[in-house]
Design a protein around this ligand. Structure first.
Ligand code: DX5
Ligand code: ZN
Length: 224
């Protein structure tokens, strides 16, 4: 853990998957200066999803920045080694996928035992009922199929988010991830989401700091 708590209120979490890795620290510092309090780290294992992305060393590289590090494990059987590895590397929240292990409850327990906040992520075709069976801090609704940045937001996810709030109660952050820009983030906020992962819309923009600020304003009710 970095020990930076999850900030209260709606949060936009820039996904570094879309960042320029040759310039990673500067890009993260730019969105931090624009108000980002957390950063989203997408971990892909080449099995649960086809691509490989990054490992715990990336968290190590970012842990001194004073940001809440949110790790999204798109990894099969994360309870075997990766939860412990990312917790040791500085992760504050770790989200595992409901589809990635038969032992979801145990994986979430491992996350808590490692001192991190626990997130559960679901793919677009996975029903939300699984969220009622576990204790979590973050309910992550994939609004694209996991594995790649830059995909189009799946509109039916809005109804999923709407149905989720009564299931998880008020203390759980509802996070949307995939195809999130100012317009879709606003729609998700209206549906009840409180955390908004944005990769391409932030780091693919000419000015990531400006793009971050626009999305942050949109989820707080500014016109889009
Ligand atoms: C997709 C990842 C997302 C991704 C979002 O598998 O979980 O976090 O970075 O990227 P954009 O915002 O480009 O859809
Ligand atoms: Zn993600």
């Amino acid at each position: 853990m970095t020990g930076v708590p999850a900030p209260p209120g709606p949060q936009v979490a820039p996904s570094i998957l879309a960042a320029d890795f040759g310039n990673l620290l500067a890009q993260v510092e730019a969105v931090r200066a624009a108000g980002a309090r957390m950063v989203h780290v997408d971990v892909m294992d080449g099995h649960f999803v086809p691509p490989l992305s990054m490992g715990p060393n990336v968290c190590e590289a970012l842990r001194h920045l004073g940001l809440h590090l949110e790790v999204h494990l798109m990894v099969e059987r994360p309870e075997r080694t990766q939860i412990a590895a990312f917790a040791a590397a500085g992760a504050d929240t770790i989200s595992v996928h409901a589809e990635a292990t038969p032992n979801v409850h145990r994986a979430l327990q491992f996350v808590r035992d490692a001192g991190c906040l626990a997130g559960l992520a679901v793919n677009p075709a996975t029903p939300i009922e699984v969220f009622a069976e576990v204790e979590i801090d973050v309910a992550l609704v994939m609004t694209v199929n996991p594995g790649w940045g830059g995909q189009a937001f799946i509109p039916s996810a809005l109804d999923k988010v709407r149905r989720l709030r009564s299931l998880v109660g008020d203390d759980v952050a509802i996070e949307v991830d995939g195809g999130v820009d100012a317009r879709t983030a606003r729609a998700c906020a209206e549906a009840g989401a409180t955390r908004f992962v944005a990769g391409t819309a932030v780091f693919g923009a000419d000015d990531p700091a400006v793009a971050f600020a626009e999305i942050a304003a949109a989820v707080r009710g500014a016109p889009v």
